[in-house]
Ligand binder design. Structure first.
Ligand SMILES: [Zn+2]
Length: 275
């Protein structure tokens, strides 16, 4: 009966690939329509996850993007193991699965003819966690922007610090912030784009340091989880707490921009700096 099992598996697989279920409104969207709509739900405007390279294709003028520091990858300095196996095995599997060496892709290119340096985080890689390799790439890209007098954009998507690297991961918060703060001395603009989710150590460091902080609609942005805060302060939090909309209302985010408008928004803002 092997043929039967195989056919059923095959059927299940193709059904899964044909449709995408929106995590917000739970409607089923034809996969082709979902990707044509830049992984945004056509019913409720939920902004789904998008890979670094998809994001780069969306933002940069054709054939202008050049990747930098792609040789930097995670280091297992603590020789960390948990019940599910070793950290080294885990990140090596992630490298194979995603085709990128770290949770961020860095490089430079042109956005509506404006040259920029960018770091685009990728949630698929260990939940976009901030490891020492991630921090190093974000710093190196900031240094490149500094040396070449180019504006710097970081697009965040992260669950926070990378637990498997312990204190080394937390040190990346200070390191990346120092590199970005240096841009100020040369009046080089730094724009932070916060996407779903931007939490933990990333939200507590470079993601909130933008001269302009922009977010995609409905993104989860915050430091500690909702339940932890509720238990600590003994109060119920509003429903929209830790969303981009809540943060804009309270002055932490300057604008909320739809994914399809992001390229024009960013190049427009940068054109003011260039005057
Ligand atoms: Zn939806």
């Amino acid at each position: 009966m092997a043929w039967y099992t195989e056919t059923t598996t095959e059927k299940k697989k193709s059904k899964k690939e044909l449709w995408v279920k929106c995590k917000n409104c739970h409607s089923h969207i034809y996969a082709e329509e979902w990707s044509k709509n830049l992984n945004v739900c056509p019913n409720c405007n939920y902004h789904g996850a998008i890979s670094s390279y998809e994001r780069i294709n969306l933002l940069f003028d054709k054939d202008t993007f050049e990747e930098l520091f792609s040789n930097i990858s995670p280091k297992d300095s603590l020789k960390f193991n948990d019940l599910k196996g070793s950290y080294k095995d885990k990140y090596e599997t992630n490298i194979k699965k995603t085709g990128i060496n770290e949770a961020v892709v860095t490089g430079h290119g042109k956005m509506n003819a404006i040259p920029v340096v960018i770091a685009v985080m990728d949630f698929r890689f260990l939940g976009g966690s901030l490891g020492s390799g991630t921090g190093e790439k974000i710093l190196q890209a900031a240094n490149y922007a500094y040396d070449h007098n180019l504006p710097y954009i970081v697009i965040s998507a992260s669950g926070g610090a990378r637990m498997q690297e312990g204190a080394l991961s937390l040190m990346q918060m200070a390191k990346t912030c120092a590199g970005i703060a240096r841009l100020n001395r040369k009046n080089i603009p730094y724009i932070s784009v916060l996407t779903n989710p931007t939490t933990g150590g990333v939200s507590a460091s470079y993601a909130m340091m933008g001269d302009i902080n922009v977010s995609e609609p409905g993104a989860l942005i915050g430091f500690a989880g909702r339940r932890v805060i509720e238990q600590t302060i003994g109060e119920k939090l509003p429903d929209d707490f830790q969303t981009s909309e809540y943060l804009r209302e309270h002055g932490f985010v300057d604008s909320i921009v739809n994914r399809k408008d992001l390229k024009d928004y960013l190049s427009n803002v940068l054109s003011y700096y260039n005057r």
